[in-house]
Design a protein around this ligand. Structure first.
Ligand code: RIB
Length: 310
């Protein structure tokens, strides 16, 4: 499969510094409660990992993308990188370390909701030195995208090196870890779901108005662009003092795994091409389309599919 790159600024490079996993996916009629066993009705493997998913989404959206991270020297490594490779992602910053590739054990219920346990494997061996190398390959004006599935010290070094070099950083605060609020302050743009945003804002159980007030308050304090994804309710964001909202598509989800990553990758790929509200809308539509197929990476739509639905 080949991809035409965006005509907006062909030189813009997106580097994704983050996790690469093999997803082991079981589908069930409903998700089990703690301690309960339920019957599965399907099993599949698919390439995943929040970093790799976001990289593939940005690539399918038409950008030049470097993936930086680690896989093991095991049978999963090649499969975990296959779709990125096929899409023409630069994988020269992916190191191959002794030990297992990261895995995610995923249950998907009949309503499309999921439960995930991630075993980091090689992702846990990504270092601050790897961050230095990745940022060293980037140029001022490029974009760096990160999540929180590789060690905190590496994420922190990448963020500070990017800032020193004039590289725009986008941090997706997923999965939620104790360091998330602190790391969130180091990025230019933060993408969070409702729960992650509450942790960032230091306030639990926000209603719609409280969330908007917290967005304004945090934005005034930090000047950051802040984006909160709201599942089926779309997205709310603030940038340069202006609140924006966008909706995805009205859909009946099959599998929501990777939908947030698809949003992030499409957003990063669109930011430089179109105005901010349009970038949000494009990303939200891409995220909706990602809920219509199984598997994180197999479900990420191509740019033409997204364009057809905007
Ligand atoms: O966001 C979805 C991803 O989270 C999955 O692909 C899984 O690998 C976990 O990292």
């Amino acid at each position: 499969m080949s991809f035409a790159c965006s005509k907006g600024r062909d030189s813009l490079m997106i580097t994704v510094f983050g996790s690469i996993n093999m997803d082991l996916i079981a589908t069930t009629e409903r998700l089990p409660k703690p301690g309960e066993t339920v019957a599965g009705n399907g099993f599949a493997t698919a390439a995943g990992g929040k970093g790799a998913n976001q990289a593939l989404a940005a690539r399918r959206a038409g950008r030049y993308v470097h993936m930086a991270g680690a896989v093991g020297k095991d049978a999963f490594a090649a499969d975990a990188l296959a779709l990125l490779d096929e899409a023409g992602t630069d994988l020269s910053l992916v190191k191959h370390v002794d030990g297992p590739t990261g895995t995610a054990l995923i249950l998907v219920g009949g309503d499309g909701e999921n439960m995930i346990a991630v075993v980091p494997g090689a992702n846990g061996l990504v270092t601050p030195a790897d961050a230095e190398i990745a940022i060293g390959r980037m140029n001022e004006g490029d974009m760096l995208m990160l999540q929180l599935e590789v060690p905190v010290a590496a994420v922190e070094r990448a963020l500070s090196a990017a800032r020193a070099k004039g590289i725009t950083s986008i941090l997706n605060l997923a999965p939620l870890i104790p360091d998330a609020p602190r790391l969130g302050r180091l990025a230019d743009i933060v993408i969070a779901n409702e729960t992650e945003f509450e942790r960032l804002a230091g306030q639990n159980g926000m209603d719609t108005q409280e969330r908007e007030a917290a967005l304004v308050r945090l934005h005034q304090e930090t000047g950051q662009t802040l984006i909160v994804t709201l599942g089926g309710d779309g997205v709310i964001a603030i940038r340069d003092g202006v609140i924006s909202r966008a909706q995805g598509l009205a859909i009946d989800p099959v599998d929501t795994v990777g939908a947030g990553d698809t949003f992030c990758g499409y957003f990063a790929a669109s930011l430089d091409d179109v105005d901010f509200p349009t970038a949000l809308r494009r990303a939200a539509v891409a995220g909706s389309l990602a809920c219509l197929k199984s598997g994180a990476q197999p479900s990420i739509p191509l740019s033409e599919e997204v364009a057809d639905r905007i």
